[in-house]
Design a protein around this ligand. Sequence first.
Ligand code: FMN
Length: 359
Amino acid sequence: MGNSFGKLFQITTWGESHGTALGVVIDGCPSNIPLTTTHIQQELDRRKPGQNNLVTPREESDQISILSGVYQDKTLGTPISLFIANKDANPSEYKEIQNKYRPSHADYTYHKKFNTPILSGGGRASARETATRVAAGAVAKQLLRSFNIDVVAWVDSVRHIQASVNTDHVSREHVDATTVRCPDSAVSQQMIDYISTIKKQKDSVGGVIKAVIRGVPVGIGNPVFDKLDADLAKALMSIPAAKAIAIGEGYQSTQMLGSEHNDILYYKDDKVRTKTNHAGGIVGGISNGESIIISVGFKPPSSIGKTQPTIDLDNNETSLTFQGRHDPCVLPRAVPVVEAMIQLVLTDHILRQQCNTTF
Ligand SMILES: Cc1cc2nc3c(=O)[nH]c(=O)nc-3n(C[C@H](O)[C@H](O)[C@H](O)COP(=O)(O)O)c2cc1C
């Protein structure tokens, strides 16, 4: 039913935005990986709502509980079950959309698919579900640590405001230095001001999150349907509001000649490297040892305070002025979600690689 992801390191997430709780079951995590609630909580705190005035004011502490699979701060090799209670759901804010569809939200498609009432808070279409992915990603991150694989994502653009970031040196500390999670200090304030202006106008705005994955060894990724780039694209496109993925040069590569785009191989210090990295670290669906560079384009979130025309459940024309709490821009909170989805894919593929290699 589409609630599970991964082959060897497999997660199943559950829970609705305004239900009692959310959670995730992780199956396939090897034993003896160090894991405490702190490892998970610090990732969840980056995604939680109410952090600052750029994001939705919903007050959720997103306190994590580990229900199973961990003993004396190490994984047991058995299913890990993680639980997050919903504390600040406010269904009264959603009264107006009980009988109306929000334009470009999932109310209409979920209603037609499941033939159930429109759920306040967006049910499982809500980005509330991404808390469980971040929790699972924190577990994957613990495993990737032992392989020295490091994933850093940041807000690279907000609409027309473009950052300039050195992918070799960008760190989590640079990213978290500003509330907008853009490590380019020269443009981050412009982004903050712009999102605040758009919020005052009761509108919303999108942009691009970019990520670098450093330390991936050569050979990760499986031909032909489970190519590393294909699995990353699927994982990242499953994030609510994600609309575009680019690996390496992405669409820019369509404007380059072969002689410009080819990454020239050379050999130095016992290592094969490439002089450029237009491919973004993946060739033939398999990592080539260079950093993996990936971008995700996010649309402006659809719940806005401006009055818009729509239709009701009986197909009558009406209008909607959405009163609920919402993010004017999903990007700052989506950064940890992007990292989590990348960590989940890499962990799954690293574990699968153990089956591919000859002993
Ligand atoms: C971190 C995050 C926060 C989001 N917050 C909101 C929000 O406050 N309001 C909203 O309408 N959409 C929000 N979204 C996006 C919706 O969940 C999404 O647009 C909706 O489910 C429809 O799916 P689609 O845009 O992928 O087609 C958010 C997405 C993410 C990743």
